[in-house]
Structure formats: C-alpha cells, structure tokens
Design a protein around this ligand. Structure first.
Ligand code: BGC
Length: 763
C-alpha cells in the first residue's frame, strides 16, 4: 500500500476523520479507498478485548484471557528476558484475536508509593523501568503486533489525573521521568506511544510539540503514531500541530470538524494533517502485513508460563532461621482469604477477565498436613474475632503458619490514589495474633505497592509476591516449598512510613499543580543520599542460597567520555541450592559541581548458578552512565573526575567497588556576567587563565601587609581568604583589583564568553 498516494487521494474530511477513533477500540475506515479499521486493546499484562458495550475502566466484561503478573511484579524479576517472553505470549493472543495494538507497557516512575496505578508501572528507577519495557515491547512486536508505550509523560499520580500539571525542572524531567520512555523508544521501537492525561509544566501533553515532536521524534527517533489516552484530548487542533496523531476514543465527529475548519481558516497546515494520517495508516498497514489470525492461543500453556514468571518475580524479604523453604510433609496452617481468593491484578483499564485463577489452596490440593483458616474477610478493614480465633487455633496445631495477606482491591486502583501505606487493620491484627501463637509464622503479601509492616519483628519470613497474575497461587506454592528458589529484588524502596517518602510534602499538589520539588531525589536516590533508615531498600531480596562477589575488573583506569568502559565481576553460588542472583551495577559520581544522587543503577544482570558454580558477568558502560543533563548545554554532559563503579546486592549493600577516571570531552558554554562569582569562573579554563593573576593580586591586597606595616596573619588564614574570594563576584575586581577599570574588566569578560576568542591573551 502506497500510503502517501492514498492520502493524496483523500478529501480533507476523510483525512480529518481518520484522526479519531471509530468507536471505543477501533480506528476508522474509508471504504471508498479500501482503508480498513484496526482494533486496539488493553494491556499491558493480558489481553482485555471487549466485544460490545465498551468502556475503558474495566467495568464491562472482556473476553476470557490470561492474566500475567502485573508490571510491579515483573519489574521485581529484574529480568528483561522475562518481559520479552511475556510480550511474545501477549503478541500471540493479539494475533489470535485480531488486535493490532496492545495498549502498554506503562513506564511511569513511581514517584510516591501512593500512586493508585503503581501496580501497572515498573519502578522508581528509570533504568530498570526502561529495560523491562523495551523488552516487553520487543516481545509483543516480534509477533507482528504493535504496542503503545504509555502514559507519556510524567503521569505519576491518579489524583486529578486529567487536569493536574507535573511541574519540574528540566534536569528532573530528563534524568528521572524521560529515560524509561527514551530507552523503550530507542531500543523497543514501539509502533505507537500513548500520551497521558496530565500536563507537564502547565501544558497538556497532548498539545505539547516539545514533548511529542521535538523530543519524542526529533531526539529519540520515534517513527510510529501518538494516540491520546482515552479522553485526554483538550485542544484537538493544537494537538495535531503538536504531533498527537490519533484521538481515542471517538469524539462524535466534533474534533474532526474542528480540524477541517482549522485547515480551511489557515490555522492549521494541511500537511500536518497528512502527516498524522500517514503515520496512522503506516502502522495499521504494518499490522495487516503481519496479521496471522490463525495463530493458536494456548491458554493452558500461557497459564503455566504465568505461574513460572510469577515465581521468578517474588521477593523474599525476610527468612530468619531458614524458616523457608517449608519441609515437605511438615504440617502447615494456611491462613487468609487471599489464599482462597487471591488478589492478583489491579482495578481499572488493565483488568483482565482471567480464564482461570489458581489460588494457593488450589495449588495445595491433595497435599497432606495442610489445613486452612480464612482469618479475615475481604469486606471491611476491621478484624473478625471468630475468624481470628479459628486462625490462631489452626496456627497452634501446625508446625508452620503461612498467612496470605495484602491489599484488597479498593486499596489501590486506576483513577484514585492511596492515602496511606497501611494494610487493613484486621489483617495486621491477624498477623500479630497468629505469630504470637506460632513462632514459625510466614507472611506472603499480595499487593501492588509498598505497605507498612508493623508486625515484621514477630514473623519468621516474608515473601513479597506483588500482584502476580492468575497463577499466583501455584507460584506461591513453588516458592514456599522451594521448588523455585526466590530470585526477585525490590524494584522500589519500601519506606518505614509514608512521612519518610521523598515527595511526602508535595505529592498530589495544590489544585492543579503538583510541584516535583524533590527533583532528582526520587526513591533510593533520596533515601540513600539522606542515609535514611528504610524498611527494605531498592534492589533488595534474599535467596535460599548465597552468592559471593570477587574480581571486579574495569577495562581501563581512565577513559574519555566517548569511550566505553567494560566492567566484569565474578559471582559464585556459595550455598547448596541452585539459584539466580541479580547483579546490580551502580555508578557514583565522586565529586560534581551539579547536585547528584549518591549512586544510580546503570547495569543489571540475572545469572543462574549451580551450587559452587562461578560465572563472570559483564557490563558495558557508555557516556550516559556518567552523564547528567546540563541545562546550560541543553544536552548530556560528563564532568571530568573520578567515578565509583559499584557492584551491589541492593542500593544499600555494595559488595565491591572500583574507580575510573573519566575525562569529559564537552565544554559547558560560558555565559558569565559581572555578577558571576569566582568559584564558578575558575572552573572555566579560559577564565582561569585570564583571571588567576588578577585574583592573586586581590589576595595580596586583602591579605598582604597592612597600612600600619603589621603583617596580617592571625585573623585570616589562606583558606579563609580563598573562601571569601570564591564567592566574590567578578565586579569585585574593580574594588579590590588594584585599579582595574570597569572597561578593562568588560573586555576580559567578552573574551571569556566569546567561544571564538583564543584561550588566553598574553599580557
Ligand atoms: C487508561 C489507559 C488505557 C485506556 C483504554 C485509560 O483510562 O489510562 O491506560 O489504555 O484507558 O482503556
């Protein structure tokens, strides 16, 4: 199909009509030209295809499908191969059901554990989120189905989600909120991107030419089409100009007419309409070229995959006295309504109509010595004394009590935020009472985001299972009884209390403005810099075996920022069980003139090791691993200096460290004024050469022999003098520079700021 030719054959009305959905889930057709509609569907951890009575909030039923672990869980695998495999399975389902684009993955950063949609997002860390998303996209698209990377951009709260503005400085935008999208676009090459509901710095994303065209396409090379989140379009005409191609869902023709009028009145260039149509049709055509509706969709096979994946995502948070794994045949009291009716996904548009659900009890059928007590109800938050007493009796009678607890549906969902980090009071009370009755108490948590654990000290073991998809019960069994060795790591920090979280003071914002005043210091970047105590740090997770690290090697002791640095480290399984370790590489800028986190994740690798086995793990670090976003440069910038290369078990547990000296090859532009202070001027080579002799003269004047002939010594040391000069503005040379005229200083300033002026003039 020659898309450009087709577009040239269309009337303006036909073209405008293609810029919005035909209904809830389809693009439009132009029968006269043989243009067929395609279907899109949620996403992202299963296929939510609705046949009729469509809605975007998951209220009406969709077809039976397989619910895989949600993003909060898959991120904990720290294993992009896992999201890739999941993507392939999802792609097959879409092929079978003739769905052209799966609406996901979501890569928004978990700025606060309160965001109602955190279960649909990967991490507080952009590197991890980007890696997981890019692989999921690759997986789906390897099957000839498109994805929609969402929700672009800075959609980090549900509160006032359709009007709130995420207000932040450019560095925070570039270093925290953009990179996961950037990585997913550059590596995953999604067919489409979904723009978010919210505004960024006052401007709706669906109207932002800067975000949709300059950055997304211009800088990152995105070549698909942008669709709106459902109902996100504010000003459609501005949107077309910005690069927002497809409005979803249908707008009853209203916005199509506005587009036509805008072109007729000259307010919108028709070529921008043509471009949007071309982009949409190109992606649709890609689907038609690859459509294979005869693709089998083996749900039972996918269920087994979902079970394997869910186990790979579970994080062992505590395991005192090796309480886990459980001994086969030993008596176990399984307690908790979630053991019979698991919570395995979140509410809203991602809600999958699972063709079957496997609870822990289902998975334990036929296993001897297992009893069950409900423990709590899923209605209400309080405790039920009768259920509680029954649970305590069951716990007393067994060698181990396993409580399956977590957050009920209403506690976290699309559409609104959480207000606290507590589990229902009834569940906390149950855990307390059961752990008093049986010292061997194990807690398994089904929840989409961090919770407080006031009972932590009283229990032997805790497994964070997150929202693990429809096979979570089987996976829970596999972990508890040791068929799978836990290998998940926390993709987010679990704080001790809500008040400790980086954006506690500003989260949600005032009216429609949410100030991101914590800036770069999101998640572990904040807790680590403040050396705050946390419940569990980013990257943390235990195993039934142990791993040791040795021989951290760098390919060079010093590099230029244009070179790659090869890093290798040896990992050994020193325990007696096969297991997987997540090797985490952090980069720490030792000294910087810019504010920087203590360390940032720049590499990760998951390796499986037999007992006693050693493997070498390799990483390649490029320019970006050392760079920060320079507002002055409008680009990534590496400041010369030493960087720590740290291999960690979590952001708080660095096992090995080496240092590399990196020389930056870019120079920051000079924009000095008479008010620039010397500490800044001295960082610029040209300024240093021009001004050093003058400053020495000032030091002499201020600290040299006094008029009364006495040597000034005791009152002021050289260091003090230096500190005072550091903060003195350039204009101070007129006062203290021994008769230097203002005009002479202006000349010097011009030379320093002039990029074409020679390095220094001989004087
Ligand atoms: C959600 C999107 C979803 C869309 C379609 C919106 O409410 O924000 O994530 O893809 O609905 O269901």
């Amino acid at each position: 199909m020659d898309v450009k030719y087709l577009v040239s054959q269309m009337t303006l009305e036909e073209k405008a009509s293609l810029l919005s959905g035909g209904d809830f889930w389809h693009t439009k057709a132009v029968q006269r030209l043989g243009i067929r509609p395609v279907m899109v569907s949620d996403g992202p951890h299963g296929l939510r295809k609705q046949r009729q009575e469509a809605d975007h909030l998951g209220v009406n039923e969709s077809i039976k499908a397989v619910c895989f672990p949600t993003a909060c869980a898959t991120a904990a695998s720290f294993d992009p191969a896992l999201t890739r495999e999941m993507g392939e399975a999802l792609g097959d389902a879409c092929q079978h059901e003739s769905v052209a684009v799966l609406l996901g993955p979501g890569v928004n950063i978990k700025r606060s554990p309160l965001c109602g949609r955190n279960f649909e997002y990967f991490s507080e860390d952009p590197f991890l989120a980007g890696e997981m998303a890019a692989s999921l996209i690759e997986g789906v698209q390897s099957r000839g189905i498109g994805t929609s990377l969402k929700h672009y951009l800075a959609n980090n709260q549900e509160h006032r989600r359709m009007s709130s503005s995420s207000d932040m400085d450019p560095r925070t935008l570039r270093e925290i909120y953009m990179p996961a999208f950037e990585k997913a676009v550059k590596r995953g090459k999604p067919w489409t991107v979904m723009c978010s509901y919210n505004r960024v710095n006052g401007e709706y994303v669906n109207e932002s030419r800067f975000l949709l065209t300059d950055v997304l396409r211009g800088e990152w090379g995105f070549d698909g089409y942008v669709m709106s989140d459902w109902g996100a379009v504010s000003d459609r005409v501005r949107g077309v100009h910005a690069g927002m191609d497809l409005e979803m869902p249908a707008s009853g023709g209203v916005n199509d007419r506005r587009v036509v009028e805008a072109v007729r009145s000259g307010a919108l260039d028709e070529r921008e309409v043509d471009l949007a149509v071309e982009r949409i049709l190109t992606v649709n055509e890609r689907y038609f070229q690859n459509a294979k509706p005869q693709t089998p969709w083996d749900m039972e096979k996918q269920h087994a995959q979902a079970r394997r994946m869910a186990a790979e995502c579970m994080v062992l948070l505590k395991n005192e006295d090796d309480a886990l794994p459980l001994t086969p045949g030993a008596s176990v009291a399984v307690i908790g309504a979630f053991a019979a009716t698991p919570r395995f996904q979140g509410g809203g548009s991602s809600h999958i109509n699972s063709f079957k659900v496997e609870s822990l009890l289902d998975a334990l059928q036929g296993v001897p010595n297992v009893t069950y007590a409900q423990g709590y109800t899923l209605e209400g938050d309080g405790h039920d004394e009768a259920l509680l007493e029954e649970a305590v009796r069951a716990a007393r009678a067994a060698q181990t009590a396993v409580i399956v607890a977590g957050l009920p549906d209403a506690y976290e969902s699309e559409g609104y935020d959480r207000t606290h980090l507590r589990m229902p009071e009834g569940q906390n009370e149950l855990i307390r009472r059961v752990s008093q009755a049986n010292p061997n108490t194990v807690v398994v948590l089904y929840n989409g985001s961090p919770v407080e654990m006031p009972w932590l000290g009283g229990v032997k073991a805790v497994v964070e299972a997150y929202l693990g998809g429809q096979a979570v019960g089987g996976a829970t069994r596999d972990i508890l009884w040791g068929d799978v060795n836990p290998c998940g790591r926390l993709p987010e920090t679990f704080p001790l209390r809500l008040e400790d979280t980086p954006c506690f003071l500003t989260y949600g914002g005032e009216g429609d403005h949410a100030p991101y005043s914590e800036g770069l210091f999101v998640g572990y970047r904040y807790y680590d810099k403040k050396r705050m105590e946390v419940l569990f740090p980013f990257g943390y997770g235990l195993s039934y075996t142990r791993f040791a690290y040795a021989n951290l090697r760098l390919s060079a002791a010093s590099i230029r920022d244009t070179d790659a640095l090869e890093v290798s480290v040896e990992v050994t399984n020193t325990g007696n069980r096969k297991g997987k370790e997540v090797v985490q590489l952090y980069v720490a800028d030792r000294e910087s003139s810019a504010l920087r986190p203590l360390r940032e994740l720049k590499g990760m690798a998951k390796v499986e090791l037999a007992p006693g086995e050693t493997r070498e793990v390799r990483f390649t670090l490029d320019h970006r691993a050392f760079a920060y976003w320079s507002e002055e440069l409008g680009d990534w910038y590496v400041e010369s200096g030493a960087f720590g290369i740290q291999i960690g078990r979590s952001s708080r547990d660095i096992a090995l460290e080496a240092e590399v000296e990196v020389t930056g090859t870019k120079t920051l532009p000079a924009h000095f004024t008479m008010n620039s202070i010397f500490i800044d001027l001295m960082k610029n080579e040209k300024a240093r050469m021009e001004l050093k002799p003058l400053i020495d003269a000032v030091a002499q004047t201020l600290g040299g022999p006094r008029e009364d002939g006495e040597a000034a010594q005791s009152a002021i040391t050289n260091d003090m003098m230096q500190a005072m000069i550091n903060y003195m503005p350039l204009r101070g040379l007129v006062n203290f520079g021994g008769g230097l005229s203002h005009e002479a200083l202006e000349d010097i300033l011009r030379r320093i700021n002039d990029p074409d002026a020679p390095g220094a003039c001989a004087r």
